[in-house]
Design a protein around this ligand. Structure first.
Ligand code: BGC
Length: 807
């Protein structure tokens, strides 16, 4: 390969293809989003990647399937999506997303699994195994610490090493080590000062050297900052393609000796391996069975729904009950999230239609307008009237597409105001009020005390209609458990004081105290704890046994417990094993999930659950020695039905060969603030972070650079003009779907575009805005007007060069 050919292979051809090199018989391969279905865009799709995609099964997104706690279900879904990729000749599915739910307001939480890295990693690994067993690659994303949408392309996440190792990386690590994804996608953001796309430590020292990743590292779409720095750091493929500027910069860097050609060769080899692998697995005659996949999507929604409350066993309902179904979300379901993961479903079920098909005794009212938060008294009055003549009222509420999406974070943790008021009013006319909740992340529930039952369907995918009806009437027994905590109030969350940060940095001052790790350590009451979920049957826990009561740090420990279905219906239980250090000189969370298993039990059936804990279950990451160390001492092994429903406990003593430095003394202030729910001060966080905290103020944003966002330069004349042009283009993009979808897509584009760094606009413009033009714009924004104009004119795309020649 010539130097130019090698460089060209390191960026895409267009939005979704790698480059072909005909001379050498190297073909292009096609990649597509994911993760909860196949989002393949037809040829010639738009620059924004939002045009309608070809039909595919819309499985429930990760927020939902995570509540199944069932790796085998994730494997089956992965296999089914892999089959759809086979049919559509897609070689790599862009998912799963394994980022931690640091804060309930992250707009993209619906695409992620959990606040717990162990659970996230197990589920992501199973999904990858499922997809890749079909000969289709995956792209584990977004590596790493991409935990918010606000300023996602430039924000600098300031994360201490312990939190990185114990919270933000282990999900990736587990997925890489257990499932060997063909590719990993690096995140947009910076991490501790350096863009993830060019962070040698992250991409090479940790991912490849420590974890053994041997696949292709690609950038998130538009995440490439400095191309040669990225390549040198271990990033192989820049996406999307369409601009040869960066290919040229690689060639120039090699020629000038700035980049060793061997570094380029290393990436080219990885890319050729990926392409060959993809080619070997391409099939021209494959057809998946859409009915079977729909049935799997239904099973997934049923297995993942979480029954959060069920007073007086009001659920399941009798088919003879006179029912009022209230809420527009019953008529038109919300079943997936918006953004790059949006699937065009092969079929779509809405609960009200399914209820109608089953000829049940129901009356219906809308209750609210889902396009606004405003209360409509007429809709409320109609709903109350319908409700007052029913025996049982089932109200469907949830987050609409305008409330949560990729591209922006939620503004608050409440449901739309008109839905909260609807529930209050309905509670005034019915004592038998049941709430069905839809949406991708937790909401505050001021009305929880006045409803009898609460069934959380999350975002149930295309077959959610049948799933919810089966669950309400007991044709299926709920068995999901929360993979995240539902706080009482947003302000109770540990990260609330430091989310979303900005304009330059976001400090993860809560460190390892995420989700239940914080709530349990700080003894903070919650609405629903991590791991909680009810069933229509009862399961008891007995006879916990450990294989040993003293062990060394090299031994593994077998934990067994007998679970019995003491009720009269078949049902599944998710047994959770937590480990608690009784005394520790390393500050630790109160307890941590270290093993789990889901088991189906027939009425009266007992079974022994056996789980294994290895060294890692007891270890903490020691920053000074850069190693996982196990402290000698006592540990409690706790079996729970949730993180706050702890059923059985045994103690084990570990004699460890590790010498663990006492970190508790040095960080006593920090730890005290966490346990007392105090505000983490600059001094306390700096002590934990181990270096001075970087600045995050506005003034640091000047002079403007290629990393300034469109929003940053909006105050300048050229910035205003560019902003208008781009927002207009985005608004004209062909958004498909109904009004709600269109409004949501526009809101997303508007927010995203304003936060796009100029370099990414150039990369993603498909050649419309060359890199040189962008540099000219930066000069003009910095008041170097004439030099900027000159630069711009000299950099017009080739096809527009005629504009410069005299007439
Ligand atoms: C998202 C990725 C996605 C990519 C391609 C990005 O904006 O962050 O998750 O895979 O676009 O659509």
């Amino acid at each position: 390969m010539t130097l130019e050919e090698k460089a060209s292979l390191c960026s895409g051809h267009d939005m979704w293809h790698t480059k072909a090199i005909e001379r050498l018989g190297i073909s292009a391969i096609l990649v597509s989003d994911g993760p909860h279905g196949l989002r393949k865009q037809p040829e010639g799709s738009d620059t924004f990647g939002i045009n309608v995609s070809i039909p595919a099964t819309c499985f429930p997104p990760a927020c939902t399937t995570a509540s199944s706690w069932d790796p085998d279900l994730l494997r089956q879904i992965g296999a089914a999506i892999g089959e759809e990729c086979l049919q559509e000749q897609v070689s790599v599915l862009l998912g799963p997303g394994v980022n931690i739910k640091r804060n309930p307001l992250c707009g993209r939480n619906f695409e992620y699994y959990s606040e717990d890295p162990f659970l996230s990693g197990e589920l992501a690994a199973a999904f990858i195994v499922g997809v890749q067993a079909q000969g289709i690659g995956t792209s584990l994303k977004h590596f790493a610490a991409n935990n918010q949408e606000t300023r996602r392309m430039t924000i600098d996440a300031i994360v201490d090493e312990r939190a990185l190792r114990e919270i933000y990386l282990p999900g990736f690590e587990k997925a890489v080590k257990q499932a060997h994804p063909w590719t990993v996608m690096c995140a947009y953001n910076r991490l501790n000062g350096i863009y993830c796309s060019e962070q040698e430590r992250l991409l090479t020292s940790i991912l490849r050297a420590e974890w053994g990743f041997d696949g292709v590292l690609l950038t998130d779409w538009g995440a490439c900052n400095d191309r040669t720095a990225g390549l040198a750091a271990g990033q192989d493929l820049e996406m999307p393609g369409g601009l040869d500027y960066n290919d040229q910069s690689i060639v120039a860097a090699v020629k000038s000796g700035l980049l060793a050609e061997s570094v380029l060769d290393r990436s080219v080899e990885r890319l050729l391996t990926l392409i060959a692998r993809a080619q070997d697995n391409l099939r021209s005659d494959y057809h998946y069975n859409a009915d079977e996949h729909h049935a799997l999507a239904r099973m997934a929604a049923t297995q993942s729904a979480v029954l959060l409350k069920n007073d007086e066993n009001i659920l399941p309902l009798a088919t003879s009950a006179k029912l009022a179904i209230i809420g527009n979300l019953a008529k038109k379901s919300r079943y997936q999230g918006s953004g790059s993961s949006l699937i065009n479903p092969t079929r779509l079920e809405h609960a009200l239609d399914v209820l109608g098909e089953r000829s049940l005794n129901i009356a219906y009212a809308d209750g609210y307008d889902r396009l606004s938060d405003n209360v409509d008294e007429q809709l409320l009055a109609d709903a109350c009237q319908v409700a007052s003549s029913a025996e049982v009222v089932v109200v469907f509420v949830g987050l609409t597409e305008l409330a949560e999406s990729e591209g922006f974070d939620r503004e608050h943790m409440r449901l739309p105001a008109n839905q909260n008021i609807l529930i209050e009013r309905l509670a005034g006319v019915s004592e038998n009020l049941i709430v069905v909740l839809l949406g991708g992340s937790p909401v505050e529930m001021p009305w929880i005390g006045s409803v009898k039952a609460l069934l959380n369907m999350y975002l149930p995918g295309q077959a959610g209609g049948s799933a919810v009806v089966d669950l309400l009437f007991g044709n299926a027994n709920p068995c999901g458990k929360l993979a995240e905590t539902y706080p009482l109030r947003y302000t109770d969350t540990a990260s609330a004081r430091n989310f979303p940060g900005g304009p330059l940095t976001v400090e993860y001052r809560e460190s390892i105290y995420i989700g239940y790790r914080y709530f349990d350590t700080a003894r903070q009451d919650v609405l629903f704890p991590f791991g909680h979920g009810l069933s229509y049957t009862n399961v008891t826990y007995d006879r916990m046994a450990l294989s040993a009561h003293t062990l060394t740090d090299k031994d593994t420990l077998q934990v067994s417990v007998i679970v019995t279905n003491s009720g009269s219906r078949a049902g599944a239980e998710i047994v959770q094993v937590y480990v608690r250090a009784v005394a520790s000189t390393v500050f630790k969370p109160e307890k941590e999930l270290k093993a789990f298993q889901k088991v189906l039990l027939q009425p009266g059936e007992s079974t022994a659950i056996e789980l294994t804990l290895d060294r890692q279950a007891f270890a903490s990451y020691d920053v000074d020695t850069a190693a996982w160390l196990v402290e000698s001492g006592e540990y409690e092994i706790i079996a729970g039905a949730s993180s706050r429903d702890l059923r059985l406990k045994e103690t084990v003593t570990i004699q460890s060969a590790d010498c663990v430095p006492n970190r508790l003394e040095a960080l006593a202030d920090y730890y005290q603030l966490v346990t007392n729910k105090g505000k983490i001060t600059d001094v306390a966080f700096a002590a934990l972070y181990g270096q001075p905290l970087p600045t995050s103020n506005e003034t640091a944003r000047k002079p403007y650079t290629a990393n300034s966002t469109l929003g940053d330069i909006k105050g300048t004349l050229i910035g205003r003009i560019l902003y208008r042009i781009i927002i207009n283009l985005a608004m004209k993009a062909n958004t498909d779907g109904d009004l709600e979808r269109q409004l949501a897509t526009r809101k997303m584009l508007q927010r995203m575009m304003a936060e796009y760094p100029l370099r990414s606009i150039a990369i993603s413009s498909g050649g419309m805005l060359t890199y040189g033009m962008m540099e000219g714009i930066v000069m003009m924004a910095n008041r170097k007007f004439f030099r900027g104009v000159q630069k711009m004119l000299g950099s017009l795309p080739k096809r527009d060069r005629h504009l410069l020649s005299p007439r």
